[in-house]
Write a protein that binds this ligand. Sequence first.
Ligand code: SF4
Length: 219
Amino acid sequence: MEVHRRLCRTYECPIGYFHDLDPVSELISSLLSHRTRNADSGRAFKALRARFPDWSAMIEAETGEVEALIHGVRWPELKAPRLQEVLRALRDRQDGALTLDFLAAMEVEAARRWLEALPGVGPKTSAAVLSFSVLRMPALPVNSHHHRVAQRLALIGPKVDVGPSHPILRAQLPEDWSAQALYDNHEILMLHGQKICHFRRPACDRCPLTDLCPSAFTL
Ligand code: SF4
C-alpha cells in the first residue's frame, strides 16, 4: 500500500484509461500485444480493423492474410491462427454470437475463469479484457514491467512467474478496491518499470521507493 501511495503521487493517479474498446476487440488487442511493443501491436490491430468489417469476417479469412496484416508483431505465424481459433471458440460457446458483453453481469473471478477457458487466454489477458475494455471491471493485470518491479520490491518471490503472480499481487490490495484503483496500481508499477526500474541498470538514485526496496542499489 505504501508502494501504491508513493507511486500514485509520482505518476499522478488517477491514470487515464488508454483504451475504449469493446471486450472482444480488447481480447484481440491483448493477444496481439504479447511480447510486442505497443506501437507494433497497435499498428497490427488497426490493420485488422481496417480490413475486416467485423471480427466474424476475420474468422473466415485466409490465415495467411491475417498473418500478413499483423506481420509487425512478434510471432505473427502463431498469433494469426490463434486469433481465429479464439474467435471461433468464442462464437461456438455463445451459439453464434461474437460478444463478451455478458461478462459485465458476472463476478470478476467467474468472468476470468470463463475467459481463461478460451484457447491461449491466460491470467494477464483475462484481466486486461476486464480492466482495459469498456467493461471497466476490477481486475488486476500484471505485465512484464509490473512483474519485474514487484519482484525487486519482494512483493512476490524470485521464482514466481507472471501468471501465478496475478492472485498473489491482487491479494495484497484491498478487496473492495474499484476498477480505477486496480488499474492505477497496474499502470503505476508498469510506468515505474518503464521509466525508472529498468530491466538493465535500474535508476535507483531517482526512485522514491529505495527505503522499501531490498534490491535498491544492488543491481
Ligand atoms: S529502488 Fe531500484 S530496484 Fe528498487 S524499485 Fe526502485 S529502481 Fe527498482
